[in-house]
Design a protein around this ligand. Structure first.
Ligand SMILES: Nc1nc2c(ncn2[C@@H]2O[C@H](COP(=O)(O)OP(=O)(O)OP(=O)(O)O)[C@@H](O)[C@H]2O)c(=O)[nH]1
Ligand SMILES: [Mg+2]
Length: 301
């Protein structure tokens, strides 16, 4: 299923404003103010909103015949260019490949691993789940439920076991049975923040001590935490080399512009979007689909 059908809620903040902007038909000074409000309310962020609008204004003024629809078309192109054309696929190539999932607690790491596992198994890969969140026993149980559902093995340790050793064991287990991919969960909290960050850096190193290669480190961010969530997320990006962002719970946010803010702020592409709690509720991020969904097309309003 495409992104658009999942974003009915996420475009709320923007498209409700666009209704009155579109209704005016012509572009006046007020249109620019309304667009600014709309982008800010959609959580695009102040700096990016400014930059997007001044670029759109420059292009708009070069062509003195465009109406509101023309202007919105220009703004969409500016936004799509800004989100960029980059490879958003998840890299493999290790024997096995290891994908690490990091992020603050509650962001949706474990659920995302379940969804990704289900997708990759369906695509024909042999997957091993690694319960690297040893901070609480329930975390491994939660992952075990996903592993059962997907029909793949789970490697887990005792509560408070060294997360690195659990992930190392999972890599060895995968290598021994010729599995392609280890999906490694990590804790979103630890006794202190510096412990957490040290632990993640160590997990990253130890995951490659054996035959595995970490080909993706995915930072999981909850879209509903808005601009605040970004501050915390940035701290993870400072200790581990993040290769992609998974933005979860976009189904529960009316502020889809957060996707733009996240990518701008962390400077790393959004690769996947979570749109629900089920195994299939994961979508590859596509800027064109996303921007179309965000602005709504006239026929859908
Ligand atoms: N609606 C919605 N809920 C989600 C999505 N992703 C995760 N959730 C829910 O968010 C809650 C937290 O998800 P988890 O996967 O447990 O988060 P976590 O990052 O592993 O949390 P910790 O293990 O505590 O660090 C759960 O209730 C999930 O079902 C999503 O895309 N949409
Ligand atoms: Mg978890």
């Amino acid at each position: 299923m495409g992104l658009r059908s999942h974003l009915s809620r996420a475009r709320g903040a923007l498209s409700s404003h666009l209704v009155s902007i579109r209704a005016a038909g012509i572009v006046e000074e007020r249109t620019w103010r309304d667009l600014e409000d709309a982008l800010l309310l959609a959580d695009v962020g102040a700096k990016t909103t400014d930059e997007l609008l001044s670029e759109a204004r420059e292009r708009f003024e070069r062509n003195d015949e465009v109406d509101v629809e023309g202007l919105l078309g220009i703004l969409k192109s500016v936004l799509i260019e800004r989100l960029g054309v980059t490879d958003r696929s998840l890299a493999t190539g290790g024997e096995p490949s290891v994908w690490l999932f990091v992020g603050v607690n509650g962001a949706g790491k474990t659920t995302t691993i379940g969804k990704v596992g289900s997708r990759e198994v369906a695509a024909g890969l042999q997957v091993v789940f690694a319960a690297g969140d040893t901070f609480r026993a329930a975390a491994a149980d939660q992952l075990a439920t996903w592993a059962d559902r997907v029909g793949s093995p789970l490697v887990r340790g005792a509560e408070n076991a060294d997360p690195s050793s659990v992930i190392f064991d999972a890599v060895e287990h995968a290598a021994a049975r010729g599995a392609d991919l280890v999906l490694a969960d990590t804790a979103g909290r630890f006794h202190t923040k510096s412990n957490l960050m040290d632990e993640l850096a160590k997990v990253r190193r130890v995951a490659e001590k054996g035959s595995g290669t970490v080909t993706e480190t995915l930072l999981v961010i909850d879209a509903t935490t808005g601009q605040n969530g970004l501050v915390q997320a940035r701290q993870f990006a400072e200790v581990v080399e993040v290769t992609g962002i998974v933005l979860t719970k976009l189904d529960g946010s009316a502020r889809g512009g957060i996707v733009v803010a996240v990518q701008e702020d962390i400077g790393i592409p959004v690769k996947l979007v979570g749109v629900g709690e089920g195994g299939d509720d994961l979508v590859e991020f596509d800027p064109v689909d996303f921007v179309d969904a965000l602005f709504g097309v006239t026929a859908e309003i």
